[in-house]
Design a protein around this ligand. Structure first.
Ligand code: C2O
Ligand code: CU
Ligand code: CU
Length: 495
């Protein structure tokens, strides 16, 4: 099956490379009129009981109107598509009552969140239809744009693609001068691409294309051809690539942007960039400056995927608009972005000289270190309190993005060089250009649990579902890992 896919991908390379592949695309995106107002997911309601902020989410089926005159069957949290934005502060105790009203099991993973493995919502915490699962934890990490999505074994691609995804924003005590009024000058933008069949229903390509389904309809928060009225001189966009396979290069043709945060939180200082590359799972917060009466479009430009075999067959040459910004004739003044450190900052520091363990991960076609995901195998055993270096390499000329649960890491180097400034902040997911070695520094501070693993995997969801995932447990010093399922030992530990 996988070999067939790879051959199909390589087949299209051979066919197309004969006819001048520059600028060519086999996965073009349809041009839209930008006439639909951007839907902004509502902030989730919550109640505080005995000091715990409690949210509720229900995964359910619904119908959405993406294409004129057509109802598309979708899945969503609380509504028909996507989900509300959860928001909490560092130090808060939170709980989420997640009800599965779908006809099949799902799970809800808190992507980017530092929390106990039992609360993580991975494939070991599936929720049967009709059940409610109630994870609870204390938020303890810097302000960041995180997200939540299903992670059921082998079918995450389908569950996310049908519409199950939402944002989880964390605030902290850092004194920031950034647009921060949700839905006014601080706006989530979930970018996703879809394919529709002739009946207007969502379709996943099963044609062997790599790295998975590359849709011809691109939406922001589920709005196709979206525009947004802007009333302030600067607007903060919290960009999430919630696509299953497509990597974007987002920016504007007529202005630079300030990149202020990546997956795990703020950069050291705002960074003026032209574009930001986002692979599936990655986030970036940008601040865009507008002048009165301005109209401009957030656009995805041809994206440098590194040394992949056939960029034109993997979305690399596609260019298309995503969201139109329309500035009002008068704009409220907004100061330029700047911020000071949070009082927690020293606790969050990572120290390369403290590395106790180095692990290597080689990503191949659908395997990591030659193995496919096995729910009953623990691949890595991490000792609590340790700082670790994970050396990750994409060994094949196809796109992968590498995600680690539980922690936010720092990219220390890419090959022999320090990371570019846009990759110098905290990350939980990173696009892997083929044949480069990414050294990721991370520390495992708490939540020992020898029996419940966290995941690391490719965030291109077809790859993940087809086995490109491994499991690690965090244990107290000297504590062996327990098997997560009967009759299985542990292995793969090599410090
Ligand atoms: Cu966003 Cu393991 O996933
Ligand atoms: Cu995750
Ligand atoms: Cu992959």
């Amino acid at each position: 099956m996988i070999r067939r896919r790879l051959l199909a991908a390589l087949g299209s390379v051979l066919v197309l490379s004969g006819c001048g592949a520059v600028g060519l695309s086999v996965t073009p995106v349809t041009v839209q009129d930008f006439t639909n107002e951007l839907v902004v997911p509502p902030l989730a309601e919550s109640r505080v009981v005995d000091g715990t902020r409690i949210f509720t989410l229900t995964a359910k089926q619904g119908r959405s109107r993406f294409l004129p005159g057509t109802d598309t069957r979708t899945w969503g949290f609380d509504g028909a598509h996507l989900g509300p934005t959860l928001r909490a502060e560092r130090g808060e105790r939170v709980a989420v009552e997640v009800t599965n009203a779908l006809p099949e099991p799902t799970s809800v993973h808190w992507h980017g969140m530092h929390l106990p493995a039992r609360m993580d919502g991975g494939p070991h915490q599936e929720i049967p239809p009709g059940d409610t699962w109630r994870p609870e934890w204390t938020v303890d990490q810097p302000a960041a744009t995180l997200w939540y999505h299903p992670h059921p074994h082998g079918v995450s691609e389908e569950h996310v693609y049908r519409g199950l995804a939402g944002m989880f924003l964390i605030d902290d005590d850092a004194p920031v001068q950034l647009p921060h009024t949700y839905g006014v000058d601080d706006i989530p933008v979930i970018v996703q691409d879809k394919l529709f069949d002739t009946a207007g229903q969502l379709e996943l390509a099963d044609d062997g294309s790599e790295p998975g389904t590359l849709g011809n309809v691109v939406m922001a928060n589920g709005t196709v051809g979206a525009y947004r009225d802007v009333t302030t001189e600067r607007v903060r966009l919290r960009l999430l690539n919630g696509s299953t396979a497509r990597t974007y290069s987002l920016g504007f043709t007529d202005r630079r942007i300030d990149l202020v945060a990546t997956d795990g939180g703020l950069l050291d200082a705002p960074l003026s960039v032209e574009r930001v590359r986002l692979a599936p799972g990655e986030r970036a917060e940008i601040v865009v400056a507008l002048t009165p009466g301005d109209t401009t479009r957030l656009r995805s430009f041809p994206v440098d995927l590194g040394d992949v075999a056939a960029p034109f067959a993997m979305g690399g040459n596609d260019a298309f608009d995503v969201l139109e910004l329309r500035a009002a004739p008068e704009l409220a003044s907004t100061p330029p972005p700047s911020w000071g450190p949070s009082a927690h900052a020293p606790n969050d520091a990572l120290d390369e000289t403290a590395v106790a363990t180095t692990r290597t991960f080689e990503l191949q076609e659908r395997t990591i270190n030659g193995q496919r995901m096995d729910m009953s195998r623990i691949d890595e055993v991490v000792t609590i309190g340790h700082t670790e270096m994970w050396e990750v390499r994409n060994a094949l000329p196809m796109p992968h993005s590498f995600h680690v649960h539980d922690v936010q890491f720092a990219i220390v180097s890419i090959d022999a060089s320090p990371p570019p400034p846009d990759l110098a902040g905290r990350k939980d997911t990173v696009y892997l250009e083929p044949n480069r070695t990414y050294r990721l520094l991370m520390r495992f501070d708490d939540y020992p649990d020898p029996a419940t693993p966290y995941m690391y995997h490719c965030h291109m969801l077809l790859h993940e579902d087809e086995g490109m995932m491994g499991q690690f447990v965090v244990v107290l010093p000297g504590m062996p890992a327990a098997a997560p399922a009967p009759g299985v030992g542990h292995g793969g530990h090599h410090d």
